[in-house]
Design a protein around this ligand. Structure first.
Ligand code: AMP
Length: 223
């Protein structure tokens, strides 16, 4: 059975950390729309310039732009056994667009879509975001407050440079939360009605969340 995983949760809920771990264990591509859009911006393309004008304000990039990035990516050969979507869909319109994309891609496939909702209170999230750093080279994610790094500028896994994302300032983070609650949070009910939603308590520590997540997959996802 083709495994298709979607992750929904507010900014800073730890989706990135967990989906990277899951991708390695299940050998499924980790598709993170935020990173794909940042790559587009770094390439200097017209699409990247357009995306940047939304990302810098904490708003969602245009639906057609993100849908075409996703469709291209999940049509690739390495997604034939499934994929992990981190940060897509983020609105009801994007969920509809994804339904259409999957109808086309999975015409002759036996696929199971499972949606994980990372539930967490808002209080800790801003603090997590402003203390977040990620490695420019390997994508590893760190929290300067909870992880005691020898050098706050260097990745302990590969020696790459640790950077703070431009949109991880308090001002943009608040806008990103507003966008999340207005546009993304309604997806929880939508997927719950379809019986595709599994809720994960994202306030726990990294290893416990991972154990809960893999336990839920064993229980609910066909092999
Ligand atoms: P993230 O890295 O997931 O926190 O995403 C960073 C930013 O990229 C978001 O605040 C949005 O501006 C943009 N973005 C990421 N995923 C999407 C999406 N599915 N649709 C539209 N914009 C997105």
């Amino acid at each position: 059975m083709k495994k298709e995983f979607i992750f929904i949760g507010p900014p800073g809920s730890g989706k990135g950390t967990q989906t990277i771990m899951l991708s390695k264990e299940f050998n499924l591509p980790h598709i993170d729309t935020g990173s794909l859009l940042r790559e587009e911006i770094a390439s200097g393309s017209q699409a990247g310039k357009l995306a940047d004008s939304y990302i810098s304000k904490g708003q969602l990039a245009p639906i057609t732009l993100v849908a075409s990035i996703i469709k291209n990516r999940i049509s690739k050969e390495d997604c034939k056994n499934g994929f992990i979507l981190d940060g897509y869909p983020r609105s009801s319109e994007q969920a509809e667009a994804l339904d259409d994309i999957l109808k086309e891609i999975d015409k002759n496939e036996n696929a199971q879509l499972t949606v994980f909702y990372f539930e967490i209170g808002q209080d800790k999230l801003i603090e997590r975001l402003v203390n977040r750093r990620s490695c420019e080279k390997c994508g590893a994610i760190y929290n300067l407050k909870t992880m005691k790094l020898k050098d706050e500028n260097t990745c302990e896994k590969c020696g790459g440079k640790l950077i703070r994302r431009d949109d991880d300032t308090e001002e943009v983070a608040i806008k990103r939360f507003e966008t999340y609650f207005k546009q993304t949070a309604p997806l929880v009910d939508l997927y719950k009605k379809r019986n595709q939603l599994i809720t994960i308590d994202a306030s726990k520590d990294i290893n416990t969340i991972y154990k809960d997540l893999t336990g839920a997959i064993k229980e609910n996802v066909h092999s």
